[in-house]
Design a protein around this ligand. Sequence first.
Ligand SMILES: NC(=O)c1ccc[n+]([C@@H]2O[C@H](COP(=O)([O-])OP(=O)(O)OC[C@H]3O[C@@H](n4cnc5c(N)ncnc54)[C@H](O)[C@@H]3O)[C@@H](O)[C@H]2O)c1
Length: 331
Amino acid sequence: MLKIGLLGAGRIGNVHARAISSHPGSTLVAISDVNMDAARKLAEQYGAEARSTDDIINDPSIDAVLVATSTDTHSDLIEAATAAGKAVLCEKPVDLSLERARACQKAAAKNGRPVMIGFNRRFDPNFAALKAAVDRGEIGKTELLSVTSFDPAPPPVSYVKVSGGLFRDMMIHDFDMACWLMGGFPETVTAVGSSIVDPDIGAAGDVDTAVVTLHFADGRIAVIKNSRRAVYGYDQRVELLGSEGLLSAGNVLENTVSKATKDGVASAKPEFFFLERYMRAYSAEWHAFVTAVNAGSPLPVTLDDGVNALAVAEAATRSAKSGQSVKLASI
Ligand SMILES: NC(=O)c1ccc[n+]([C@@H]2O[C@H](COP(=O)([O-])OP(=O)(O)OC[C@H]3O[C@@H](n4cnc5c(N)ncnc54)[C@H](O)[C@@H]3O)[C@@H](O)[C@H]2O)c1
C-alpha cells in the first residue's frame, strides 16, 4: 500500500484526492496547501491530515507525493521530493521556464526517483484505444495528425496572467499528444495566435485562439487547433491519417440520446469541461502511476516527456510572437 502526500488542494488537487483515496493500492495520508483552510477542508473529507509541504516531503513514512500546486512551484517541489526519496506524480507543465525545467530534469535524474508528469489525456479510454491501434500498425505509417482542443469558456484574466500563456498552459497537452501519437519529436514549430475571444486576454499579452503546425524530420505533419471558447462545450477530437487508413476519436457526449425530426438530427452537447470529460482518465493515470511505482517498472509518462512538451510550447510561443517558424534544435 503506497502512502501518499498530496501537495495542493485546489481544483485539480480535489480530483487527485478522490483518485488516490479510491485506489486500493494507495492511502492518502496528508495534504498541504499554502492556504491551510483549503488543505484542512480536503483532508477532513478524505480522513487525511493537513500538514505543511515541507513536513510531508520530509516524512520518511510517505512513499510518494502528488504535486498539484501552482505551476511556478513544480520544479522546486519535484527536486525537493525526489531528494527526499519520494516517487512523484506532478501536474503539467513542469515549469513556466524551460531553462528551470531542464535544471529540474538533471537534478531529478541525479536523485534517481521516478517522476511522472500529469498528461492525463493519454489515459482517456478513447485516445488510449486510438494509440493502441496505431501501435498495432492498423493504419500503417502515420502521416498527418489533426488535434482539436477547445475549452468551453475562457478562464479569468487573473489566471491567464500567471499561466505562462496558452501554449505552455493549455496546448502543452496537445503537444504531448502529438509527440505520443506520432511517436517522435518535431523538428520545426510554426504558430499563429490571436486574441479574438476576450480582448482582456490580448491586453494581458496572451492569445485565446491558436493554430500550430509541427513538422517532423521525416516529413510527417501535425496540426493543432486551440480556442478558449466553444459555446457548445469542451471539444476534444483527434484524427490521424496513415498510409493504410484513418483513426478518429470524437467527443464524449453528455448522454447518448439523439433526436431525429423533420427539422434535422440533434444530439446532446459534449461533456462540459475537463472535470467531466477526463474523470476516468485521472483515475487511470493514478492507477498507472501506482502500478509502475510498485513494480519498479518504467513510468508511462516521464519528466523527459514533460520537458519535451515544454520545449515545443516555448518554440510555439516564440513562433507566434515572431511570425517565423522555429527549429526545436535552437530552443
Ligand atoms: N492535467 C489537467 O487536466 C490539469 C487541470 C487543471 C490544472 N492543472 C495543473 O495543475 C496545477 C494546479 O492547477 P489548479 O487549477 O488546481 O490551480 P488552483 O489555483 O485551483 O490550485 C493550486 C493550489 O496550490 C496551492 N499552492 C501553491 N503553492 C503551494 C505550495 N508551495 N505548497 C502547497 N500548496 C501550494 C494554492 O494555494 C492552490 O490552492 C497547475 O499547474 C495546472 O496547470 C492540470
